[in-house]
Ligand binder design. Structure first.
Ligand code: DP6
Length: 328
């Protein structure tokens, strides 16, 4: 345990979903309707310190130096309840978390946030969880966080219930030299976040069809990664992203996350691939585009992307590892 007996600090990376999680069969436990698969993003770090303190009369949550109240604090406090129950303690905690990437880039930070919080809080509470137990716990905070626990190329097994719904690493980060070029086209806060979006998924008549095809797409994606088959990866990653956005757009009320610049980026990425470049595009719950490229194409693709109209910024991330403890 690092620091004082009730204190620990952990670091986690966000992840980009190649096969998306969109819709739960149990909202409380965040049990997904389908499996999903992602790559952890190295160099984008969330560092979280947790201290359980007998002197506190309530949980505190400080994010990037700013004391949080309302929904953000409640989500963290609710998560800490799970940890207190597991550890059999009744102390409140101070949680201090910081990201080295600006939240204005629209990169979902909840995955890294709850992976880091799960490890730091359980360590600080004196618990030693296995990777799968930690992944299950992180899932209760944010579904995609369960994939940031093992890191690398990670598959979330939907499971039959709480006990077997967690993520496993199917290949380590060094398995495949891919790069995620995160193309920022809009920095504004999104109006509807993922948690609200998951609840709307079932209102789309397309969700049943999307779910029916998901296991086959996941299998294709997993095989493409294990055999380092970029063209196969590109086809299934783009198809799966399109399915999720089709569901979003046909939900009641509809969710429409893309801007014209999103379309411009995707259109060019497809044209470049048709010319023989190893690039493909996927979009999470927002307008920014994740362009996945073979490492040897990344410098070329970055230059092209920066020249497109509407592109504000391009961040780069290689495959990253899982959550880990760091010194305070
Ligand atoms: C579009 O994990 O952010 O990024 O469980 O409510 O926190 P909560 O949702 P979240 O949903 C992720 C949605 C997605 C696709 C994905 O990462 O698989």
């Amino acid at each position: 345990m690092n620091g004082s007996p009730f204190q620990a600090t952990a670091l986690a990376h966000p992840n980009i979903a190649f096969i998306k999680y969109w819709g739960n069969r149990d909202e409380q436990l965040r049990l997904p309707l389908t499996g999903s698969l992602s790559m952890a993003l190295n160099g984008l770090d969330t560092v979280t310190q947790v201290s359980f303190n007998p002197g506190l009369t309530a949980d505190r949550f400080i994010l990037n130096g700013v004391e949080q109240t309302g929904a953000a604090l409640e989500r963290v406090a609710h998560f800490l309840e799970h940890v207190r129950q597991l550890a059999g303690i009744n102390l409140f905690a101070q949680v201090e978390s910081g990201n080295n990437y600006p939240s204005s880039t629209g990169i979902a930070s909840s995955a890294a946030a709850f992976a880091a919080l799960a490890l730091a809080a359980t360590k600080a509470a004196g618990l030693e969880l296995s990777e799968s137990e930690l992944s299950r716990l992180a899932r209760l905070g944010s579904g995609s966080a369960c994939r940031s626990v093992p890191g690398g190329f990670a598959e979330w097994l939907p499971g039959s219930g709480d006990a077997d719904s967690y993520a496993i690493q199917i290949a380590p980060p060094e398995h495949w030299d891919l790069v995620d070029l995160i193309v920022v086209v809009d920095r504004s806060e999104k109006a509807i976040g993922s948690s609200a979006g998951h609840k709307l998924a079932s209102t789309s008549p397309l969700q049943t069809l999307r779910i029916a095809g998901a296991p086959e797409r996941l299998e294709q994606c997993s095989t493409a990664i294990l055999t380092r088959d970029f063209e196969r990866l590109a086809q299934v990653v783009e198809l799966d992203s399109e399915w999720m956005h089709a569901v979003m757009r046909t939900s009641s009320p509809p969710l429409y996350y893309w801007t014209p610049a999103t379309e411009v980026v995707i259109w060019h990425v497809r044209a470049w691939r048709a010319q023989g470049h190893a690039v493909c595009a996927t979009v999470d719950a927002g307008p920014n585009v994740h362009v996945i490229a073979l490492a040897e194409e990344a410098a070329w693709a970055e230059t092209q992307l920066r020249a497109l109209p509407g592109v504000l910024e391009v961040l780069k991330a290689k495959p990253g590892g899982g959550v880990k403890l760091i010194k305070d």
